[in-house]
Design a protein around this ligand. Structure first.
Ligand code: NAP
Length: 249
């Protein structure tokens, strides 16, 4: 039996790296894309291959990924986690990396999915797709919001081919790259714990597990849906939170 093959755009760090480990542990070949290929430990049963390519040049990346599919097998799942991390103009950069690259790669890779079995696409956005954060750019907010509607559009378009498309929207989480920072921010962590119904910050692994669920056969009749991974934070009424934080009942 041929091994399943998943591609993760933005698979070399943070959530993508965690997801690569989860999928490979189920026996898959995982192609983890980043501007730098990264290094991955050996995984029993599966394999993670770091793959260098930039979403800033989506046509070239598409060509390279089609060649990778020739070598490693047809696709079972495709996950988009990349965000703009360049130094140039954030509007042009974010729209290119988040939106244009997702459109070009998604449409260009759909014909390379397996003909049978569970096939799915997962697009990771952010709570900044619905709320406004002062520490993020307009481009980030705009592209994350657009990605959600893009995913719904593709869920309808490709549903007839049996390809599911879903959305994961996390709030700020702790990843291995930011663990040391948050470990030194006791007050901030305490505040997150206070305002989050589940009483703590989430982790990159928890976001990755949500992506793995939506990509897997247990989600076989779920498409075009958004799963918010925020410990219930978005349920809270903001002005009630202000009173809580100020200690006013
Ligand atoms: N971190 C949070 O608290 C948070 C909160 C809400 C939503 N999110 C969203 O969740 C997703 C994952 O976040 P994260 O913090 O885990 O991400 P991250 O650590 O910043 O990782 C981003 C991934 O994308 C790759 N990447 C960046 N620019 C690229 C490009 N031009 N072409 C190809 N790959 C590129 C990176 O590798 P290279 O650097 O080697 O290119 C890396 O593998 C993102 O979409 C983010 O917007 C994150």
């Amino acid at each position: 039996m041929t091994r399943k093959h998943s591609i993760i755009i933005g698979g070399t760090k943070g959530v993508g790296r965690e997801l690569a480990g989860i999928l490979a542990a189920t026996g898959q070949h995982v192609t983890a894309v980043g501007r730098n290929p990264g290094e991955f430990p050996a995984v029993t049963g599966g394999q993670i291959e770091g793959f260098a390519g930039t979403a800033e040049e989506p046509d070239a990346l598409l060509t390279a990924l089609r060649q990778q599919i020739e070598k490693r097998g047809k696709l079972s799942s495709l996950v988009f986690l990349q965000r703009y991390r360049g130094n140039g103009d954030s509007w042009a950069g974010e729209l290119a990396v988040s939106m244009t690259a997702t459109k070009t790669l998604l449409e260009g890779l759909v014909p390379h999915f397996d003909a049978t079995g569970d096939r799915s696409i997962c697009v990771v956005t952010s709570n900044a797709s619905s709320f406004v954060a002062r520490n993020q750019t307009l481009a980030y907010h705009t592209s994350k919001a657009a990605l959600k509607q893009m995913a719904r559009f593709y869920a309808v378009k490709y549903g007839t081919q049996g390809i599911r498309v879903n959305i994961v929207s996390p709030c700020t989480f702790i990843k291995s790259e930011s663990a040391a920072y948050y470990a030194g921010q006791a007050e901030l962590q305490a505040m997150y714990a206070k305002i989050t119904p589940l009483g703590r910050m989430g982790t990159a692994k928890e976001v990755a597990k949500t992506c793995a669920f939506l990509c897997g056969p247990d989600a076989s009749f779920i498409t075009g849906q958004e799963l918010t991974v925020d410990g219930g934070l978005s349920l809270m009424l903001q002005d009630a939170l202000a009173r809580e934080v100020a200690g006013i009942a």
